[in-house]
Design a protein around this ligand. Structure first.
Ligand code: IPD
Length: 277
């Protein structure tokens, strides 16, 4: 039983695989790189190509559906989640890695109906790993069921985070002081791999115990949230309250206890919202 969105899920899998092939090939070729909101916020012709491919194919098959996607938003499209079936797409997550040929690059496709996330598909392009999660049906990587770690103790945890694209002094100070707080609390380690979605997939796989970030976007989070929840994990706001997909901040962990410990340890500043740009 595939559920009501089976056809959409199958389309997402096919397109994530196709997009992955394009990205893998482009990884070793010359690229035209432009910057967006900061010197570290990069985009290439492949980001645009892949996003256009995914959206045009989905639009043909599901003409009434809506889309939120990274490069369309960068070009001024509004980023609002209505109750209509909505695809939330990051064509290349880890664009900076992609530009440098650092092989941690993914395609992320999430799908929400009535503002509830129904499924997520994330393709780790260079390792050919396909992560999927469907609400009520579990999370998998290449067909193998995913299970988060049961760690509750911050002093035994491996924690992942990402820097985000802002580079102003206040943002950098906050990033470094939050990392210092977690290391001071004796976390085993804090890792930055350059792709929010793949870091979140590591958490879903039990390869890390927790994740937090300020300044990520709904397309970094949508697909991964379903995968983590279906692997038994928790995804919440940095305040310890419920996740707000548009709030540009997140704490996730295998257990609620660990997520709460991290939420309590973090300092915050205002990063803005995706739906207020
Ligand atoms: C970014 C990456 C990066 C994270 C940013 C994301 P992009 O996505 O995941 O690691 O720090 O917050 O926006 O721009 O490569 O799709």
């Amino acid at each position: 039983a595939g559920g009501p969105w089976e056809e959409c899920f199958e389309a997402a899998v096919q397109l994530a695989l196709r997009a992955g092939q394009i990205i893998r090939k482009a990884l070793t070729e010359d690229k035209h790189v432009s910057t967006k909101t900061s010197a570290a916020d990069l985009v290439t012709e492949t980001d645009h190509l892949v996003e256009d491919l995914i959206i045009s194919e989905l639009q043909k098959r599901f003409p009434s559906h809506r889309f939120i996607a990274e490069e369309a938003t960068a070009s001024g499209a509004k980023c609002v989640l209505t109750s209509s079936p909505t695809w939330i797409i990051d064509p290349i997550d880890g664009t900076c890695n992609f530009v440098h040929r650092f092989p941690t690059v993914a395609v992320s496709i999430g799908f929400a109906v009535h503002q509830e996330l129904e499924f997520g598909v994330i393709h780790h392009c260079t390792e050919e790993r396909l992560y999927t999660g469907r609400r009520g049906q579990g999370a998998f990587c290449n067909g193998q069921r995913l299970q988060v770690s049961r760690e509750t103790d911050l002093s035994k945890a491996l924690v992942l985070t990402e820097i985000g694209s802002k580079r102003d002094p206040a943002t950098l100070r906050l990033f470094l002081s939050n990392m210092e707080r977690l290391l001071h609390a004796k976390a085993h380690g804090v890792r930055v791999i350059g792709s929010s979605t793949l870091a979140l997939c590591h958490l879903a796989s039990g390869a890390a115990d927790a994740y937090y970030q300020f300044g990520l976007h709904c397309w970094d989070l949508a697909a991964a949230t379903v995968i983590i929840r279906e692997a038994g994990g928790i995804v919440m706001d940095t305040s310890g309250g419920p996740l707000d997909l548009m709030s540009c901040r997140v704490v996730a962990a295998g257990t609620r206890e660990l997520a709460m410990l991290i939420a309590q340890a973090l300092q915050t500043i205002n990063y803005g919202r995706d739906d207020e740009k």
